[in-house]
Write a protein that binds this ligand. Structure first.
Ligand code: BTN
Length: 254
């Protein structure tokens, strides 16, 4: 059982998580915030113990054992014209990675576009979705799934999953982790408005794959090259021979 008071006492944000919705069962926390028409406040966060239709990137499902992990979404409605959505999802992965390192002294690594890894295994996935009115983005929803206390993962995975408990061999207090992620994410979002370059540089520092040979999967086609850099928009720059190519959507498979 998630104790809202224990989460709330550690929360130091102005807006993220201040309106907090707790649910036992839901189709998807992302879909809830995207489809809700009741003008929820900027920063509203919903956590569900279970998702029956949890969504991953590239239309994949996201599975998470009931009550063991944290699957949550955050609604952003303010300053959306001032921030690049790709930067928001990079900042979210940095917030999760820093929270895990601060609280548990585990070394994390970032995998483009926004996975968080421990020992080359995936501990967190992030899905950013948005809705628009006319030409303007009306809301952005950042959905985050962190594997916390689940230690058995059954199925076929593109990248082997892990959890904080699996790596640390002890039970983790989910409430403290969620508040730390939101505290850090709010700071990163603030920084993005003033100095997005700093966030991109921090992301580069934590991504060990930059400079390495990688294999990409784009619509079931494979592509090889060197991960040359992250560009100013958060896209991956792939180097093959003398050619540089901008990759906007793909999975790094090796
Ligand atoms: C991925 O790595 O494929 C992204 C996974 C994102 C999962 C989270 S769990 C909370 C939120 N609600 C969803 O339906 N998906 C995101």
């Amino acid at each position: 059982m998630f104790k809202i008071e224990s989460f709330d006492i550690k929360l130091e944000t102005k807006s993220l998580g201040r309106n907090f919705i707790y649910s036992e069962d839901i189709a998807s926390t992302n879909s809830y915030l995207l489809e809700d028409a009741s003008q929820l406040k900027h920063g509203t966060t919903i956590l569900s113990e279970n998702q029956t239709e949890g969504k991953g990137r590239m239309n994949r499902p996201w599975f998470s054992n009931k009550g063991q992990n944290i699957t949550f979404s955050i609604l952003l409605t303010k300053n959306l014209d001032k921030i690049n959505p790709n930067h928001i999802s990079l900042a979210a992965s940095l917030a999760v990675s820093s929270a895990i390192e601060n609280l548990y002294q585990l070394k994390t690594d970032l995998k483009w576009p926004n996975d968080v890894l421990i020992n080359n295994k995936k501990v967190c996935g992030i899905l950013l979705e948005s809705s628009s009115k006319g030409n303007e983005i009306e809301k952005i929803v950042i959905g985050i799934g962190v594997n916390v206390n689940q230690t058995k993962f059954i199925g076929d995975f593109k990248i082997q999953p892990t959890s904080i408990k699996f790596e640390l061999k002890r039970e983790i207090v989910r409430e403290k982790l969620l508040s730390e992620i939101l505290n850090l994410f709010e700071e990163y979002l603030h920084e993005l408005k003033n100095n997005s370059k700093k966030i991109l540089d921090e992301w580069r520092d934590k991504c060990r794959m930059i400079g390495e040979r990688i294999q990409l999967e784009i619509n079931d086609k494979k592509k090889f090259g060197t991960f040359y850099d992250l560009d100013a928009n958060g896209f991956l720059i792939l180097k093959t021979g003398d050619k540089l190519e901008k990759i906007t959507t793909a999975d790094i498979t090796v």
